[in-house]
Design a protein around this ligand. Structure first.
Ligand SMILES: Cc1cc2nc3c(=O)[nH]c(=O)nc-3n(C[C@H](O)[C@H](O)[C@H](O)COP(=O)(O)OP(=O)(O)OC[C@H]3O[C@@H](n4cnc5c(N)ncnc54)[C@H](O)[C@@H]3O)c2cc1C
Length: 313
């Protein structure tokens, strides 16, 4: 008989786990308060890059597994995944490409390639994951493998989940703060401005304050951004104006018209990403997979693989 797994959460973490479980013979259901466009995952651009996630020993291996999976997915246009050149800049101290970036066509940028607002930079080739297409793609892979997804269900604690499942996987993102509960969780609010299509041949990121990025996608361009400790998912129009003005100044362009503003909460965790097996108060098995900060897409396949291994144990 097939083992039954119930996954809480329909963001990138829950969907990726669900695909892996369903395609490996588990009877798989996702239950979540929000699905699709309403999730925090849908607010990301998203670029493969280990950002705002600490430096635990498992981060890089998880990220590299995911890089490999995204490379495969980039061959299927319906996945919403492609490869893009990313230019990472600093405003203050000079930066060099990190050691782990060597396999990814990395090189320091030459003086003529560095906008006046920045001091130094490097180029790396990374997966670009267009979130609307990608979350939909994962959803159809899940349902094609016999899995189910149900929205508008909120749990106050994991013990409320129906007792028919053999295993519970907790992919609640920032929701884990109350659901587990886990006081290490911290919402890292990110606001972005989505503008019309921009003829920019590479993505641009600078982490030095003010955080700035421009990520050109197939039909639009995501300008960012912010990263503040806050739960507030309301859009702040002044922040949008500041983001657009900074992108215009740095790139030396007039921005295309504003299409949409978005806010998402990165699931920050002071103690680092939590992928771990445990027991609920009623004795049932649970595997936690949350706290991916600003790198939930970047780590998604690596973490899901560890979750599956823990479930098989
Ligand atoms: C502006 C912005 C830009 C970003 N850019 C990038 C990027 O370029 N690259 C990258 O890798 N990452 C990026 N991130 C980070 C990335 O988006 C997150 O790490 C990732 O979305 C987390 O996914 P998740 O599935 O764990 O959580 P979420 O997407 O938050 O999903 C959580 C799910 O759990 C459900 N849930 C929560 N609590 C409950 C409950 N009590 N009961 C029932 N359901 C519940 C929610 O409804 C939802 O379905 C960005 C984030 C933001 C905000």
């Amino acid at each position: 008989m097939k083992r039954r797994v119930t996954i809480v959460g329909a963001g990138v973490s829950g969907l990726t786990c669900a695909v892996l479980f369903a395609e490996n013979g588990f009877e798989t259901s996702i239950l979540a308060e929000q699905i699709g466009d309403a999730t925090n995952s849908a607010a990301a651009a998203a670029i493969w890059y280990p950002y705002d996630v600490g430096s635990g020993t498992e981060i890089l291996p998880w990220a590299l597994i995911s890089y490999g999976r995204f490379l495969e997915l980039a061959r299927a246009p319906e996945s919403g995944v492609s490869l893009i050149e990313l230019r990472v800049f600093s405003r203050l101290a000079p930066i060099a490409p990190p050691d782990w970036a060597r396999p990814f066509a990395t090189r320091p940028l030459e003086a003529g390639e560095i906008p006046a607002a920045f001091r130094s930079g490097f180029s790396i080739h990374v997966p670009l994951i267009e979130t609307a297409n990608y979350l939909e793609y994962l959803k159809s892979r899940l349902t094609n493998a016999g899995g189910r997804i149900t929205g508008a269900i909120r749990f106050n604690k994991l013990e409320e989940i129906d007792r028919q499942s053999d295993l519970i996987v907790n992919c609640a993102g920032i929701g884990a703060r109350d659901l587990v509960p886990d006081r290490e969780m911290e919402p890292h609010r990110g606001q972005v401005a989505i503008v019309g299509k921009l003829d920019l041949p590479y993505a641009v990121v600078c982490d030095d304050p003010p955080l700035m990025y421009a990520i050109p996608r197939s039909g639009d361009c995501v300008f960012g951004g912010t990263n503040d400790v806050s739960d507030d998912r309301a859009i702040d129009p002044l922040t949008t104006a500041r983001i657009v003005a900074e992108c215009e100044r740095v790139l030396g362009i007039a921005a295309p018209p504003l299409v949409r503003e978005r806010v998402g909460l990165r699931p920050g965790r002071r103690a680092g990403v939590r992928v771990a097996a445990g027991r609920l108060f009623d004795g049932r098995a649970v595997v936690h997979n949350y706290g991916h900060g600003g790198a939930g897409f970047t780590l998604s396949w690596g973490c899901a693989q560890t979750v599956l291994e823990l479930a098989r144990e």
